[in-house]
Design a protein around this ligand. Structure first.
Ligand code: GLA
Length: 384
């Protein structure tokens, strides 16, 4: 990412220069809405993310300049403030400071400028990138890097829960902190054991298509989580030992079906299906069977659309268009309700697909979808 403008604006605003840090957004091959259900996910960091320049100011004040915010790009708060800032974007940074302090780090005042090239609200975890870059930088500046990487990811997640109203899982922050160039990460969200999988699908490309429907995860996301928790509570009462849907199976779920609403039942069932798909994809990847990976991606999409109900007509249209074009796999990525589809596309049809999807989507919805070629990059780091 070109940091020249960031450097210039920081100097203009604060009269000094500081240190540069970067944290990426993420993709996720498969394993959607499984993280907060104790399941597996398969994310990787991308080469797009959030960069900051930051400098201690020796006070208790935090002064923030967000280069990409049109309204209210400048916010100040003090580390002693009890209520969070009014500007939503600044709550992420406020939350990270608080969560670090809760873990014994005495954060001091700082000036920071922020910029990014990961599209906002596109399902690529721009918010996790923002949390992670501050958690990483402040840990380096005020705790000599004492807080380990697992805890940095948890700080980002706790920020979402406690300051931003999203009861998310750990996937996005984990991928942002732990990302590794050219590798996907198979993460067990229950034990936090993880393994890097070199990902080089020879003959295929990973392409994201942005529906340009901006999502903001909130109530609807939290409701999905509650549906899963209701099913877990019933099964636990009935059978014991069910802490999350990871511990459940179809027989158990069917045994409590009558006591669940249809919507809750279908959501829980989707999670059980997805658990199996992730395992199938792991095996398929080891055998280089990308056709099977793609088939599972489509199944995930229709499960997310019909059962988990986190898709929208625009995303369904993008997936159908991919299917018509002969794309190997396509599905909504991330929390849903808008954002991108992730597509596994054979090299030979990549150009045909991108031009068709742009043309057909523009015809139907009057807007040209943005297309991004995925490059898997490294996780949070200092830039110089
Ligand atoms: C969002 C959340 C993640 C995860 C995905 C869905 O990105 O932040 O924790 O639940 O949705 O897989």
């Amino acid at each position: 990412m070109d940091t020249t403008t960031l450097r210039n604006r920081f100097r203009q605003q604060f009269g000094t220069s500081g240190d540069l840090y970067f944290s990426p957004g993420r993709i996720n091959l498969i394993g959607e809405h499984t993280d907060y259900n104790g399941g597996f996910v398969f994310p990787g960091a991308v080469d797009k993310g959030v960069a900051i320049e930051i400098y201690r100011n020796g006070s208790r004040k935090v002064c923030l300049l967000a280069l990409d915010q049109k309204e209210y790009p400048y916010v100040e708060f003090t580390l002693d403030d009890t209520s969070k800032p009014e500007e939503h974007w600044a709550c992420y940074i406020f939350g990270v400071c608080r969560e670090l302090e809760e873990r014994g780090v005495s954060v001091g005042g700082f000036n920071a400028a922020i910029t990014g090239d990961v599209p906002l609200g596109a399902g690529m975890s721009s918010s996790a990138a923002l949390e992670s870059v501050f958690a990483f930088a402040l840990n380096t500046m005020f705790a000599d890097g004492r807080v380990d990487k697992f805890e940095l990811a948890k700080i980002g997640q706790a920020t979402e829960h406690n300051y931003c109203g999203v009861k998310c899982g750990i996937m996005d922050q984990f991928a942002s902190v732990f990302g590794k160039k050219d590798c996907l990460i198979r993460l067990d969200c229950r034990s936090l054991e993880y393994e890097y999988f070199p990902f080089d699908p020879t003959g295929y490309k990973m392409i994201l298509v942005n529906s340009m429907v901006k999502h903001s995860l909130g109530n609807e996301y939290n409701e999905r989580r509650e549906s899963c928790e209701k099913a877990v509570a019933l099964m636990n009462r009935e059978f014991g030992g069910v802490e999350t849907l990871r511990d459940a199976n179809y027989q158990m779920l069917d045994a409590v079906k009558e006591r669940l609403t249809d919507a809750d039942y279908r959501r829980a069932r989707y999670v059980l299906d997805e658990k199996e798909r992730v395992m199938a994809v792991c095996e398929a990847l080891q055998e280089g069977d990308y056709e099977l990976v793609g088939k599972k991606m489509y199944e995930t999409h229709w499960g997310l659309s019909h059962d988990y109900t986190v898709s929208c007509p625009e995303l369904d249209f993008l997936v159908k268009t991919a299917q018509e074009c002969g794309v190997t796999g396509s599905r909504v990525m991330g929390g849903g309700f808008g954002g991108c589809t992730i597509n596994l596309v054979r090299d030979t049809i990549a150009d045909k697909f991108t031009s068709k999807v742009k043309r057909d989507y523009a015809r139907k919805y009057g807007i040209i979808p943005e297309i991004y070629d995925v490059t898997i990059g490294d996780g949070s780091r200092r830039l110089q």
